[in-house]
Write a protein that binds this ligand. Structure first.
Ligand SMILES: *Cc1c(COP(=O)(O)O)cnc(C)c1O
Length: 392
């Protein structure tokens, strides 16, 4: 063999005695076949066989399998983002002429997707009040192929009564899909309560380090899972095995990270709620929260993400006062090691029920920092807010 050829041919390496604790990273576009006959018959390898890199390598199977186990589902699929998990799940089950009922508290880009892409496909999105089950039943009676749940909702944190939604859906033959990004499978398992589809933004808690984007779809039904996998393949949707390995590394520490950020967040939420500048804290693990009873009934724990409403005089100054933060970063996303603050306007993202809360709310995602350092940073913000109100 000439050197050029040696450059591109692997050497024999023994894996005898190699039994590491880690999941190997298998990178591949091409899968090699033993002979022409097995290549010709490759499509008979089935959904879990290895055919081509796009359809997954053993690394992908490890992550898919772990998510399936955590949720008690039949199959899981991986997508390039949490948003893609939601849009792909919807596109896989909705057809022209269908209606989809979507919670008014959905992740903002899902509303945009529904209003643009679904509408263009002749699919009618209808937004419903997440806390009004009678209203949902009425809308569902007018026909629905899919009911989309997110609990607690983005920004406004309403808990939804998932078993009640499932009962409504069963009566009209609709599927139920649930965005479970806030809770993760550690704290809430929608499939166990009757949902058909659960999606998560792995970019958040499971990745856990603000350095990757990925989403997952887990199905209770094998047949639906296989149909969705085939659709994702035809659409050319796949993820990198390196990112899968990072997500699996994140899952190893998920339980301790979730517990730590949830504990710190609850302490900070209580502490903030005592500030005269704060009108209220939206956090379902707090007893006074309207969603607390549902949370206590259905969830095993909380996440470190919650939303703060400020008083009427303070609200117009929240944006400028945030610049006083030096430890907590200002930015979107959450679920990483670093605490984040994201001001948000809710009104334009609600249509089922007009928004009556403050013009701007503040979402906080609490990370791994010491809680006293976070309180000190938030004190700087509250001080700036107080000075801004006083200077009016
Ligand atoms: C962030 C988020 C998503 C989208 O996830 P990406 O990976 O950022 O696309 C979906 N749903 C919820 C509730 C989220 O917070």
């Amino acid at each position: 063999m000439r050197p050029e050829t040696r450059c591109v041919t692997p050497v024999d390496v023994s894996s005898e005695g190699y039994d590491s604790l880690t999941v190997p990273i298998n990178r591949a576009s091409t899968i090699r076949y033993a002979d022409a006959a097995s290549f010709a018959a490759r499509m008979e390898r089935g959904a879990d066989g290895y055919v081509y890199g796009l359809y997954g390598t053993p690394t992908h199977r490890h992550l898919e399998g772990k998510l399936t186990e955590l949720h008690g589902g039949a199959r899981s699929l991986l997508t390039p983002s949490g948003q893609a998990a939601i849009t792909m799940a919807m596109l896989a089950v909705l057809r022209s002429g269908d209606r989809v009922l979507i919670t008014d508290s959905c992740y903002g880009p899902v509303r945009d997707f529904a209003l643009h892409e679904l509408t263009a496909l002749g699919i009618e999105p209808v937004f419903y009040d997440p806390t009004d089950m009678a209203g949902l039943a009425e809308l569902a009676a007018g026909g629905a192929r899919l009911i989309w749940v997110e609990s607690p909702g983005s920004l406004t944190m309403e808990l939804q009564d998932l078993p009640a939604v499932v009962a409504v859906a069963r009566r009209v033959g609709a599927l139920v899909g649930c965005d479970n990004t806030w809770a993760s499978a550690l704290n809430f398992r929608p499939l166990e309560l009757g949902a058909d589809i659960v999606v998560e933004a792995l970019s958040k808690h499971l990745g856990g380090h603000s350095d990757l984007l990925m989403g997952s779809i887990t199905l209770r039904d094998t047949e639906l899972g296989l149909r969705m996998k085939a659709a994702l393949g035809r659409l050319g949707i796949g993820v990198s095995p390196d990112d899968c390995a990072l997500v699996m590394r994140g899952i190893d520490t998920l339980a301790v990270r979730m517990r730590r950020s949830a504990e710190s967040a609850l302490e900070i939420a209580d502490w903030l709620s005592r500030s005269p500048l704060v009108a209220g804290v939206r956090h379902p693990a707090r007893e006074e929260d309207p969603g607390h009873a549902l949370w206590a009934r259905d969830f095993d724990g909380a996440a470190g993400v919650f939303t703060v409403d400020f008083t009427e005089p303070a609200t117009p100054h929240v944006l400028e006062a945030l610049d006083a933060l030096s430890l907590i970063a200002i930015g979107a996303s959450w679920g990483g090691t670093r605490s984040l603050a994201a001001p948000a306007a809710v009104a334009e993202q609600r249509s089922a029920r007009p928004w009556t809360g403050p013009e701007v709310v503040l979402r906080l995602s609490i990370g791994m920092e010491h809680v006293e350092d976070l309180k000190a940073d938030l004190s700087r913000f509250l001080g700036a807010l107080e000075r801004a109100v006083a200077a009016e």
